[in-house]
Design a protein around this ligand. Structure first.
Ligand code: FES
Length: 138
């Protein structure tokens, strides 16, 4: 549909620099394949700790679950909107452990370097993950 609108605008003499898009996607086409050693342990689960709204919860999460999905599965009222790495509503700071962020259309490089992630797009790659929504302004 966007291409039809784009073509219609061009047909009506609108210049390319005046035509802009907002892209929304719920897929994860860029998700990297997990190393075999991790894939073998997907169902074992890892310890997770989440801080939100001044409280901290501990639970076990699946390795193939996003940080956001794990928080929601454990009855946390974690913030989200697009679930596609676009809006940054799900932003949190990883305090311990490593994650793979499979898509990022919202955070600046300096935010990622500071440990901020889009929890809807992050999957654990370490044996423990600790993340904090409060430090991201929630
Ligand atoms: S919910 Fe929009 S970027 Fe995660």
């Amino acid at each position: 549909m966007m291409r039809v609108v784009e073509q219609s605008l061009k047909d009506h003499n609108q210049s390319d620099d005046k035509i802009r898009f907002e892209l929304f996607d719920s897929g994860q086409p860029g998700r990297a394949k997990q190393p075999a050693s991790i894939s073998d342990q997907v169902n074992k689960g890892i310890p997770a700790q989440v801080t939100l709204g001044g409280g901290t919860r501990n639970f076990v999460m699946k390795r193939d679950s996003s940080l956001l999905a794990a928080a929601l599965d454990n009855a946390l009222d974690a913030p989200y909107a697009c679930r596609a790495g676009v809006c940054s509503t799900c932003k949190a700071k990883v305090l311990d452990g490593e994650v793979e962020m499979v898509a990022n259309h919202a955070l600046e490089d300096y935010e990622v370097e500071a440990g901020y992630v889009l929890t809807c797009q992050c999957y654990p790659v370490s044996d423990k993950v600790v993340w904090d929504y409060d430090q991201a302004g929630h």
